[in-house]
Each structure stands twice: as C-alpha cells, then as structure tokens.
Design a protein around this ligand. Structure first.
Ligand code: NAD
Ligand code: SER
Length: 313
C-alpha cells in the first residue's frame, strides 16, 4: 500500500518545508497536514489536505488516522525553548503530553513515527563537542521535554515495537517560514533584518557559538533517516546527533558582510543567552554517519549564500 502520512504542527518552521518535500516524494493527497492554528494563504493549505488538530486531542487524531488510513506520523507540534520557558506548564503539556498521544495512537494502529529531538537535550555538563551518548542534564524545561520524548520513543520501540525515530536537530536556518520562538531564532532573524534595514540587534553575545543547520540539510536528513531499514538503527534511534555547521554570531556577521559590506550588528543579551550558554558549541555525529550514512552539505558561507538567494527572490 502507498505511504499515507499525517504531519502535526505542520505550519511551523520545519513543517512548512517538510510537508512540501513529502508531497514532492509521495502523492500530495496522501500527505495530511495538521496544526492547531490556521494561517491564511499558507502554501501547504494549497498543495494538499489540511485539518485543524490539537495534538492533545487523541480522539480527533485517531479519527484522521482511520479516515485517511495513515501509516506514518511526522510529529512536529511543540513549543520551542524561548516560548516554552515563558510557559513551562504548557510546554510540558504539549511537548510531553502531545508526544504520548501520538505514540499511543501509533501503538494502537501500527504506525511509524518521526518525532524530532533537539540539541537542547544537553546541559552545561556536556562537553563543548557533544557526544552521541553522554549524560543528559538540560537546565531548560524545553530540554527536559525533549529528553523525555527520546526516552519515551525508545521505550515504545523496545516494549511495544513501535517504529519511532528522531534527530537532535541543531538550530535550523531557513527563509520560507518564520522561526517558531526558539533560542536559535537570532540566526534566522538576522537575515531579514540585514536585508530590510542593514542592522540587527542580537539577543545573544557575538561570541555565542551553537550548532546550526540549513533547512535543506535538515529535511534531507529527516527523509534519509525515515527511509533507512529499521534493523540498521540502534539504541539512539529516537535522538541522533547530526552536525551541520557551528559558528559564532560574529562569524555569521562576517559571512553576511560578503553580501552586505555595510551590515552592522549590536548585542543586547537577554534571558535566551542563558539557554544558549547551557547548550554545547558543536555536535559529534559519527553514529548517524555510520548507521544511516548522514553527511551534511551546507557550511556557513554556503548557507548564507542560499539564504540571500532565497530571501531576495
Ligand atoms: P514551530 O514553532 O515553528 O512549529 C510548531 C508548530 O506546532 C506551530 O505551527 C504550532 O502552531 C504547532 N502547535 C503548537 N501547539 C500545538 C498543539 N497543541 N497541537 C498542534 N499543533 C501545535 O517549530 P519547528 O521549528 O517547526 O519545530 C518542530 C519540531 O522540531 C519541534 O519538536 C521542535 O522542538 C523541533 N526542533 C526544532 C528546531 C528548530 O531550530 N526549528 C531545532 C531543534 C528541534
Ligand atoms: N532551535 C531550537 C530552539 O532554540 C532548539 O531546539 O528552541
């Protein structure tokens, strides 16, 4: 039977591009996009089916799964770090509660699930170059929900045979949809500010270095992980480290000046500096390279070039 997919949180930064990639790869009518909100004229409302769905509503999710004979869920609905720390109770309810709803539905109906994790699973005790296997002691509520999601994913796989996979995405950089309230949003906002006003006021210091990735690499990684035979994946299947490019804001500014020599950036760190400081500088991704042949394509300059092309067209 042909693959029939449901995507939760589909109108966000990742969903906007993942749904299009899935609709390019499969029958567009078999890729059901859902989100708790509606966005007028959003591209994915035009390219295939869309339904309003609160991921906490298990009955509504199950109804869609049965109606459209879904076999795979890409579960993107979540609150990101900056929004989540402002409302920790909601963050836990949506990120952990919503993930349990999706995993239970998958268990009942024999579905495969993609549920992303994050570099936020690491805490201040993690080495600067984050290994795949290391104690996970995040200080943010968001990070704790992501550790919880990975642990649940592995538990559903081991105890119930539910095929759950995930990637610890670095900060994702893209131009097709706004960033969704994370700490790494500065690396997205800086481009539109540079082009529109020639200046950006950054909410973390210039020497802040975090793992980042261009969205095209992240979408390819997602599709490659999901098409890997299950027997190739080991105990990190619910949260693979993948590295893209790691850079400081100062290095990002230098790269942007190749396109806009007069671009200026000021620095006014806020609470998000603390979240950034609690995460590693870089990610070590040997296991993803070994188990499902992951290789990144975009370095800093190539990513910046692609952002300028995307935003100026
Ligand atoms: P986003 O904030 O852009 O999108 C999330 C979507 O979820 C939004 O459209 C929102 O409306 C929806 N949503 C929120 N609550 C919901 C609910 N109760 N029911 C249904 N939908 C709901 O986030 P994103 O950047 O697309 O992230 C998707 C996933 O990837 C999340 O799990 C996030 O933790 C993870 N991730 C993202 C990044 C990144 O840099 N973007 C990095 C690491 C991990
Ligand atoms: N980019 C995300 C955030 O900053 C990391 O998961 O919240």
């Amino acid at each position: 039977m042909a693959t029939r997919i449901l995507v939760t949180g589909a109108l966000g930064q990742i969903g906007t591009e993942l749904v299009e990639a899935l609709r390019d790869n499969y029958n567009p009518q078999s890729v059901i996009a859902t989100d708790i909100r509606d966005v007028a004229n959003h591209s994915i409302l035009k390219s295939g089916p869309f339904f309003i769905l609160d991921v906490l509503d298990g009955n509504a999710l199950e109804k869609l799964v049965i109606e459209f004979q879904i076999d795979t869920i890409y579960h993107l609905a979540a609150l990101l770090s900056a929004t989540g720390e402002k409302n920790p109770e909601l963050c836990e309810r949506v990120n952990v509660g919503g993930t349990k709803v999706v995993f239970e539905c998958a268990k009942k109906h024999g579905l495969r699930v993609y549920a992303p994790s994050s570099i936020a699973v690491f805490g201040p005790d993690c080495p600067d170059l984050a290994p795949q296997v290391t104690p996970l002691n995040p200080t943010t509520v968001y990070g704790k929900t992501k550790v919880n999601g990975e642990q649940l994913g592995l538990m559903y796989w081991k105890q119930f045979g539910v095929d759950i996979r995930g990637i610890r995405y670095p900060g994702l950089i893209s131009y097709k949809a706004p960033a969704g309230g994370g700490t790494t949003d500065y690396a997205v906002e800086i481009f539109s500010a540079a082009i529109e006003s020639g200046h950006y006021d950054c909410f973390v210091r210039g020497d802040t270095r975090l793992p980042m990735m261009y969205m095209e690499d992240a979408i390819r990684a997602t599709l490659e992980l999901m098409s890997t035979p299950s027997e190739q994946l080991g105990d990190s299947r619910a949260g693979y480290n993948i590295a893209g490019c790691s850079f400081t804001v100062d290095e990002l500014v230098t790269s942007i000046r190749r396109h806009l020599p007069s671009f200026t950036c000021s620095f006014n760190p806020d609470i998000r500096q603390q979240y950034a400081d609690s995460w590693p500088n870089e990610i070590e991704d040997k296991l993803a390279r070994k188990e499902w042949l992951w290789i990144p394509e975009f370095d800093l300059d190539r990513m910046v070039d692609a952002m300028f092309v995307g935003l100026q067209n």
